[in-house]
Every structure is written in structure tokens, then in C-alpha cells.
Design a protein around this ligand. Structure first.
Ligand code: A2P
Length: 295
């Protein structure tokens, strides 16, 4: 698989397609999943301290024959670790758990506006970036208002905003703001999450049939043509493989318009403006492992 890339606002190249690992359990599950993904050409792996699977991902990366500089590893600072000093410490812990010397992209997992710590957290991210331990920094789930506050009070424009994005939830205003400000848009829950509803939508199924491809490939290709970085999650090797086979066909303008028209403004995940969950990192990792939480 050839991996098209996109240039971030600091000139760092990021693969357009990566593997999401939320809900992939630490240990053999995530290790096998990442190993399978690397073997079929994925180079971008997306995790978070909160997912509790950094050790397994690190094992897969470190035993892979692929040179480290060909991989693009993303992880995220968890809510309970927000604040300047805590963020610096949390970064070092993630680095250790992953068994790596640097991270390609470090993200603030949630803005947590009620805690009002994201400005100091971002200053720590800027510091980490300046030390060279991380090649790019960004945020997740940030609104226009929160991005504007970062622009007014800090000095580095985030390279990425990772947000919930799929044809049922297209967040047009936020995407336009990011594009105008040179912030790359990374789509999480790109397939509409685990309910499967989007992949059964008659419009998606009809376009899939027309191209003899899977509904997931239609949706992933829609993201690519929209200009997003896209990180579908699967723990099944055949899905991991087929989800990445989206660079040898194109959706025509009419198909793109039909998919665009599916927007229902329907968020499936947590609303970032009200989310203020602040469990400590160990607790949230256990909760993730048990499948109890969806952040
Ligand atoms: P699984 O891990 O069992 O393959 P999202 O990336 O939007 O969060 O969606 C992930 C969900 O979609 C997971 O439940 C994943 O399940 C499922 N999924 C991933 N790839 C495919 C596919 N090609 N066909 C059907 N379901 C898929």
C-alpha cells in the first residue's frame, strides 16, 4: 500500500490514514492488531494514555523491522494530567510505556473547559515540542472558541485538531475554521463508531455496491477526499487490511454530494463542552480495559 501523506503546518509529514486503537486491549490483542496493521502498510498508529494500551503498542513497534523514522506514533495527555508540570510528567510516562525516544504527535485529549487548565497544558506541549521530544503537537475535541483562545494566549498554532467526524456528524464550521487556520483535521470515530448504523445506510451501501467495495471503504475514501487524516479502528486483520485499500479508486462528485447530504448533526461520542471526566490515569486505563468507558 502506498501511503499518501499530508504536510502539517510545521512541515512534518503525517500519513493520511492510520490505525485507531481505542478499545483495543493492552497485551496480545493490541500487539497483534498493530503488528498486522504495520505488515499491511499502516504507518500511523493512534493511542492515548487513557486507552491503557501504550505498552502493547510499544512492543509491536519495537519488534517491527520497520525503521522508527518511517512510523508516526500519536499519543495523548489524559485529563487528570492537565496542567504544566503534570503534562511534562505524563509525557515522560507515555514515552516510557511506549518504549520510545520520541513521539511524532502529542495531543491534549479533551479541552475540559470547566477545569480551565488547557492553556497551561498547551504551554507544556509547546515546551515539549521545543525540546524535540515530540515532532508535532495538537489538540482533540477543541471548539472554535477554544482554538481562538489558544491563538490569543499562546504562541504555537496546533498542528492537528482530532475530532469526532463522520458523514452523520460533519462539523462544517469547525472544519472550516481549522482549514482556514492551517490546523489539520483528524477524524476519530470515522466509521460512525461501533453501532454500525452508518455502514448500513442505504446511500453508503449503494455506493459500495457500485464500486464493488465495502461500506467502510466508501466512508474512509470520503474522509480522504474531504482532506481529513482518518484513523479507523478495528481489531480484525481482514478489516484492517481492507480499510487501508482506499487509494486505488475515487468517489465521483455526485457520490460525494450524496454522502455529504447524510449529515444529521448526530454526535455519537461525548460532548467535549460538557465532558469534565477527571478520573486518574490508572483508573481510566482499567475502565478502558474493562470496556466501561467510551472516551
Ligand atoms: P471491529 O474492531 O470489531 O472491527 P470507528 O473507527 O468509527 O470508531 O469504528 C470502529 C467500529 O467499526 C468498530 O466497532 C469496528 O469493529 C468496526 N469496523 C472497523 N472496520 C470495519 C469494517 N471494515 N467493516 C465493518 N465494521 C468495521
Amino acid at each position: 500500500m502506498t501511503q499518501p501523506a499530508l504536510l502539517l503546518n510545521n512541515g512534518v509529514s503525517i500519513p493520511r490514514l492510520g490505525l485507531g486503537t481505542w478499545q483495543a486491549k493492552d497485551g496480545s490483542e493490541v500487539e497483534q492488531t498493530v503488528t498486522a496493521a504495520l505488515s499491511v502498510g499502516y504507518r500511523l498508529i493512534d493511542t492515548a494514555a487513557a486507552y491503557g494500551n501504550e505498552p502493547g503498542i510499544g512492543k509491536a513497534i519495537n519488534k517491527s523491522p520497520i525503521p522508527r523514522n518511517e512510523l508516526f506514533i500519536t499519543t495523548k495527555v489524559w485529563n487528570a494530567d492537565q496542567g504544566y508540570d503534570q503534562t511534562i510528567k505524563a509525557f515522560d510516562k507515555s514515552l516510557k510505556r511506549l518504549g520510545l525516544h520520541y513521539i511524532d504527535l502529542y495531543l491534549i485529549h479533551w479541552p475540559m473547559p470547566a477545569a480551565d487548565k488547557y492553556i497551561n497544558t498547551w504551554r507544556a506541549m509547546e515546551e515539549l515540542y521545543k525540546t524535540g521530544k515530540v515532532r508535532a503537537i495538537g489538540v482533540c475535541n477543541f471548539s472554535i472558541e477554544q482554538l481562538e483562545r489558544l491563538a490569543a494566549e499562546t504562541s504555537i498554532v496546533p498542528m492537528v485538531n482530532q475530532i469526532e467526524l463522520h458523514p452523520y456528524f460533519v462539523q462544517t464550521d469547525l472544519r472550516n475554521y481549522c482549514t482556514q487556520n492551517n490546523i489539520a483535521i483528524e477524524a476519530y470515530s470515522p466509521l460512525g463508531g461501533s453501532t454500525g448504523k452508518l455502514l448500513e445506510d442505504p446511500v453508503i451501501v449503494n455506493i459500495a455496491d457500485a464500486h464493488s467495495i465495502t461500506p467502510a471503504q466508501v466512508v474512509i475514501r470520503w474522509h480522504i477526499q474531504q482532506g481529513h487524516i482518518v484513523i479507523p479502528k478495528s481489531t480484525h486483520t481482514e478489516r484492517i487490511t481492507s480499510n487501508a485499500q482506499v487509494f486505488d479508486f475515487e468517489l465521483n462528485p455526485d457520490e460525494m454530494t450524496r454522502i455529504d447530504a447524510l449529515d444529521k448533526n448526530e454526535r455519537i461520542g461525548t460532548d467535549p463542552n460538557t465532558a469534565n471526566f477527571n478520573w486518574n490515569t490508572n483508573l481510566v486505563q482499567i475502565a478502558h480495559y474493562l470496556g466501561l468507558v467510551h472516551w
